[in-house]
Design a protein around this ligand. Sequence first.
Ligand code: GRF
Length: 203
Amino acid sequence: LRLGVMISGSGTNLQALIDACSAADYPATIEVVISNRPGVRGLERAEQAGIKAVTIDHKEFEDKETFEDALHECLADHKVDLVCLAGFMRLLTSTFVNRWRDRMINIHPSLLPSYKGLHTHARAIEDGVRFAGCTIHYVRPEMDNGPIIMQAAIPVAVDETEESLIAKTLSYEHKMYPAAVRMIAEGKVRVAGNKVAFKDVDV
Ligand code: GRF
């Protein structure tokens, strides 16, 4: 499976995918990494791994449409089968999302459908929930919505801080993202209506 990973920042999830893809028996390869922000750590990670790293800076485009056309062209040029959003912080239009319908996934640091949007960890601590989490889902035009592929429920400690919960959540994310991509690559996951249907998966 040919992956295109889209990032905006540090790229620790990208790193987890890079590490997974370096195993000979992993059924996916990263063909291109695209960042909408220049100079971020994630681009360095890609370069260090010998992966094509491209900056497509939204600020250099007249409007969203031309920015997204550039994203699309880059992904298509690299014959990407699956787009992995990994900390990509621009909202995508429904035009772009529909072009990649059922071929684009996202990782979000909450137990969706709770806590869509930003500052998920702080909001969960503020609400006193006992479980936080993270979710990998197919992307639909509405933000942080779409058929759920994989989730982890993460206990919130009594003395949890935003910082500690971010770190704890990331350690789950880094295990989950490569596992979800593997499931897709092995044909064990398909979209069925507003949910995912699984084949030969024990969960
Ligand atoms: C992660 O928490 C991810 O769930 C969210 O953005 C963050 C990206 O972190 N969508 P990184 O760039 O992968 O380190």
